[in-house]
Design a protein around this ligand. Structure first.
Ligand SMILES: NC(=O)c1ccc[n+]([C@@H]2O[C@H](COP(=O)([O-])OP(=O)(O)OC[C@H]3O[C@@H](n4cnc5c(N)ncnc54)[C@H](OP(=O)(O)O)[C@@H]3O)[C@@H](O)[C@H]2O)c1
Length: 230
């Protein structure tokens, strides 16, 4: 299976590429900077998905370069948290551009070839923030709620074409996602999910028997602990 993974340079995306490799599949990675993943032994494309103006022409080239893809893992994202008035108007737009609109663009670019082929699979990375709103998470939750509605609607739209749509909603995952934030999941093993845990779920969904769709999966750490950084 050939699988395009966005946000492949780090965290869940990187773990997904490694799990796909280990299972004999071929990832194709997108991120801005693969310098932090020098051992990536698969095709990679350095693309800023938040640059929505440039994205359609990049995507057109990508579709032409990878006509035999079987699936997409739409995973790239970043969280910024704070009360609404702490965000500039530009920052509001940037959060939604990256965490929702860029995924709609990537799906838009690849769906026609999947529909023509009568098969294909899109796995979206939602979040527990796609399921309930939380304080200081207004924009991140809005983008993830949008992604969930989008995934549900696309599932209805593409089912007859043989295209599968899955949404994966993790709770707090121990990854570089928290590097720029003032909080992180607890350090104990039962206080966070590992990127490998999410990757295993993604590979399970991708390799489910044809004819079965894993619509949506929620996973959580056994204990929810939010560790405020000093
Ligand atoms: N960590 C959590 O607790 C958690 C929980 C639920 C859901 N999620 C979701 O899971 C996904 C992956 O998060 P993660 O925890 O793996 O975080 P991460 O380790 O920070 O990885 C984020 C990935 O997205 C890429 N990315 C960010 N901005 C990009 C841009 N403008 N253009 C292209 N690629 C970009 C990053 O690559 P570059 O920096 O190289 O561009 C990186 O590969 C996100 O959608 C996140 O919302 C995370």
């Amino acid at each position: 299976m050939q699988v395009l993974v966005t946000g492949a340079s780090s965290g869940i995306g990187r773990a997904t590429c490694q799990a796909l490799r280990a299972a004999g599949h071929t990832p194709v990675g997108i991120a801005r900077d693969f310098g932090k993943y020098p051992e990536a032994d698969f095709a990679t494309h350095a693309i800023d998905l938040a640059d929505l103006d440039g994205l359609p022409s990049y995507l057109q080239k990508l579709v032409a370069a990878h006509p035999d893809l079987d699936a997409l893992v739409l995973n790239a994202g970043a969280g910024r948290f704070g009360e609404l008035e702490q965000f500039s108007y530009t920052q509001i737009r940037a959060q939604i551009d990256l965490n929702f609109t860029s995924h709609a663009y990537v799906a838009r670019a690849f769906l026609p070839q999947f529909k023509r082929a009568g098969r294909g699979h899109l796995v979206f990375l939602g979040s527990e923030a796609a399921l309930r709103g939380g304080q200081k998470g207004g924009l991140y939750c809005a983008a993830k709620f949008a992604l969930r509605g989008f995934a549900q609607a696309l599932r209805e739209e593409t089912a007859r074409s043989g295209v599968r749509i899955t949404l994966v909603n993790p709770g707090m995952v121990q990854s570089p996602f928290f590097a720029a934030l003032d909080f992180q999941p607890g350090a104990d093993a039962d206080q966070h999910i590992l990127p490998d845990d999410v990757a295993a779920v993604i590979v399970q969904a991708l390799t489910a028997r044809a004819g079965t769709v894993i619509d949506e999966i929620n996973l959580s750490p056994q204990k929810k602990v939010i560790d405020k950084k000093k």
